[in-house]
Design a protein around this ligand. Structure first.
Ligand SMILES: NC(=O)c1ccc[n+]([C@@H]2O[C@H](COP(=O)([O-])OP(=O)(O)OC[C@H]3O[C@@H](n4cnc5c(N)ncnc54)[C@H](OP(=O)(O)O)[C@@H]3O)[C@@H](O)[C@H]2O)c1
Length: 354
């Protein structure tokens, strides 16, 4: 069977972008057309070198105009922060876009989506937003699991990340190492965050025929029981020590209410290792619990590594969710393509010999 191929650009090569770039190089369904980087040390490097693969002949560039001028079908857009104007430029230049940083839901951001829709129509292409959460664990996954239910009382979605074993840039921004009372009084998580996740909650609730009345937030903090050294991840300078008695764990709970009762609850348990009090579960994973008839629990996680500890794959999974959606996004009719528009995605080129 001849496979249709897609010329793809990878926009930024952080943890998420690298997972997608690797996929584009290895999956014959894609032809790598370009790579945009911001880091001067990566400019001019072969795309293969950036992800530890043989040379591809495609050199990374920081020249946005060159990327816009490329003849390509699609862009996997994974910068640190999504830039709406840039997304629209890419769309207007005739490239389909999958963005892992949103915006995610047309009903929550009508102004932004009006611009995106106009750019899609001008370029004759489509826009899709995706990722592990929002984009999968808290929406597509529970909605798919809902088909196994006779009756649903409440849906709880959990994200557990041990940020010592899985270092991330967000450690300081999120307030780890701060005074617990100060953080509880002024949580570090962006006020936008519950709103971003509310997009996923709305997708689930509305698909189940319910309307969310309000979203409430709770924050619980765990204290480090010893000084905990940490890094910000491979290739990143920075890091430090979370001092004993300061914030070593954070549990955010966002609750979407419908018909006067909690319908969907998202829990985020982020911890700096096991030495925290209270000592909650730190086994990195996503977990969906549906209360009702029959009760259901599903866990999404990587197998333990050689050290017996489970790595957190949320970031590479985000890149792969974007990458595997791209052929369907390219084939869709021009405009905004939500998860519901995409339906069950049929990823292409995954079954292949090594
Ligand atoms: N939906 C989800 O579930 C989900 C989950 C995780 C992450 N995300 C999103 O995915 C995106 C990438 O996350 P990541 O973990 O890969 O981050 P990351 O490792 O920090 O990588 C971000 C990359 O963006 C580029 N960059 C750095 N500073 C920048 C700046 N000031 N402006 C624009 N670009 C800059 C760099 O690319 P180069 O190194 O190539 O220069 C950097 O490697 C973020 O927007 C994040 O919010 C979404």
């Amino acid at each position: 069977m001849t496979q249709k191929t897609y010329r793809v650009i990878q926009w930024c090569t952080g943890v998420v972008g690298k997972a997608a770039l690797r996929h584009f190089i290895e999956n014959p369904v894609f032809q790598l057309a370009g790579v945009l980087v911001t880091n001067p040390e990566k400019v001019g490097k072969d795309a293969g070198e950036i992800v530890g693969l043989p040379d591809t002949g495609v050199l990374a560039t920081d020249d946005v105009e060159k990327i816009i001028a490329l003849d390509a079908d699609c862009v996997h857009y994974a910068p640190l922060a999504a830039d709406l104007d840039m997304i629209c430029r890419l769309l207007r230049s005739g490239k389909n876009v999958a963005s892992v940083g949103g915006p995610f839901s047309p009903q929550h951001y009508p102004d932004k989506f009006a611009k995106i829709e106009a750019a899609c129509l001008e370029g004759g292409v489509s826009y899709h937003a995706c990722g592990i959460h929002p984009g999968f664990s808290g929406d597509i996954l529970p909605l798919t699991l809902a088909r196994l239910m006779n009756r649903i009382d409440r849906i709880q979605v959990y994200e557990f990340i041990d940020k010592v074993r899985n270092p991330m840039i967000y450690t300081e921004i999120m307030g780890f190492g701060r005074d617990p009372d100060e953080l509880l009084a002024k949580p570090a998580r962006s006020p936008e965050a519950p709103y971003a996740f509310a997009q996923s909650m709305a997708m689930v609730a509305e698909s189940l025929g319910k309307k969310i009345e309000r979203v409430t937030t709770k924050l619980e903090v765990a204290k480090a029981t010893r000084d905990i050294p940490y890094t910000l991840g491979e290739g990143r300078s920075g890091g430090g020590v979370i001092r004993k008695g300061t914030v070593g764990g954070q549990h955010y709970e966002w609750t979407a209410w419908a018909d006067g009762a909690p319908l969907i609850i998202y829990h985020f348990y982020w911890s700096m290792g096991a030495d925290i009090e209270p000592r909650w579960d730190i086994d990195s994973r996503y977990q969906v619990v549906i209360e009702g008839d029959p009760p259901l629990e599903a866990r999404l996680m990587a197998p333990p590594g050689a050290d017996g500890i489970r790595p957190f794959l949320g970031l590479p999974w985000t890149g792969l969710l974007g990458a595997t959606a791209l052929p369907a996004v390219c084939d869709a009719k021009p405009g905004i393509v939500t998860h519901l528009d995409l339906g069950v995605v049929q990823p292409r080129g995954l079954v292949r010999r090594q």
